[in-house]
Design a protein around this ligand. Structure first.
Ligand SMILES: CC(C)(COP(=O)(O)OP(=O)(O)OC[C@H]1O[C@@H](n2cnc3c(N)ncnc32)[C@H](O)[C@@H]1OP(=O)(O)O)[C@@H](O)C(=O)NCCC(=O)NCCS
Length: 196
């Protein structure tokens, strides 16, 4: 009954959030939100290997704010190479994640608004495809499917059915095969990789 009432309230609630570019003063609130929503294991994910010590793709770190400007949602996208094409040329693309919405604001369309804004901005900036690891049942509504990513692998354990892709330019991922690797700018002061 409580869940039904929550859905009814969410349906009639006025729009109380806005999507905005993340700025440096949002970092602490965003990290707290991710810790709360994704739990302590979030830094052990294979996607994290791609994000670690990197800067998000230009213009593609977004937040949702409540009426007081507090961060209640977050999504970021990262420059990657999505394997190589039939000629062996690396395919530039984006990896999306994490996407998170504060639990007490769930079901108000904030996650969807963040996704749509991120996809639109990625397209405007000329990117050809977006990949992510997540629940197909949620991401299919935005056009993400496993099919285009079927010959790609993450640099660590992952579930094949959760590696999803959306082409922003038709055919961008044709023939894409191999490892997904980071290609974004390194964070200033990031430790250099030790030689093996
Ligand atoms: C997933 C998440 C971002 C959705 O945010 P949100 O603002 O509640 O999403 P929206 O309001 O836009 O959409 C809600 C809809 O998504 C559905 N949904 C939410 N999570 C889902 C999931 N993992 N699988 C399938 N559907 C899901 C809800 O049931 C609801 O469906 P309805 O529209 O038919 O009622 C949020 O629940 C969250 O932060 N979850 C924890 C972090 C996480 O798991 N992120 C990655 C998702 S794989």
């Amino acid at each position: 009954m409580a869940a039904v009432l929550d859905s009814v309230r969410a349906f009639f609630a006025p729009t109380t959030f806005a999507i905005d570019a993340e700025n440096p003063s949002d970092v602490v609130a965003r990290e707290n939100l991710l810790d709360r929503v994704m739990g302590a294991g979030r830094r052990k994910k294979s996607s994290e290997k791609i994000r670690r010590n990197r800067v998000p793709a230009e213009g593609l770190a977004l937040v949702a704010r409540d009426r007081d400007g507090h961060v209640i949602g977050s999504v970021r996208l990262w420059n990657i190479e999505a394997g190589v094409n039939d000629e062996g040329t690396p395919i530039d693309a984006l990896l999306l994640g994490p996407l998170a919405v504060a639990p007490h604001h769930g079901g108000k369309g904030i996650g969807s608004a963040l996704m749509r804004a991120a996809i639109l901005e990625a397209k405007k900036r000329g990117h050809g495809a977006v990949l992510l690891v997540g629940d197909a049942a949620y991401y299919e509504r935005f056009g993400f499917f496993a099919e285009k990513a079927r010959h790609l692998v993450m640099p660590g354990p992952f579930e094949r059915s959760r590696l999803l892709a959306l082409e922003l330019t038709e055919g961008w991922l044709d023939g894409a095969a191999g490892m997904i690797v980071p290609s974004g700018r390194m964070l200033a002061g990031a430790p250099l990789r030790r030689a093996a």
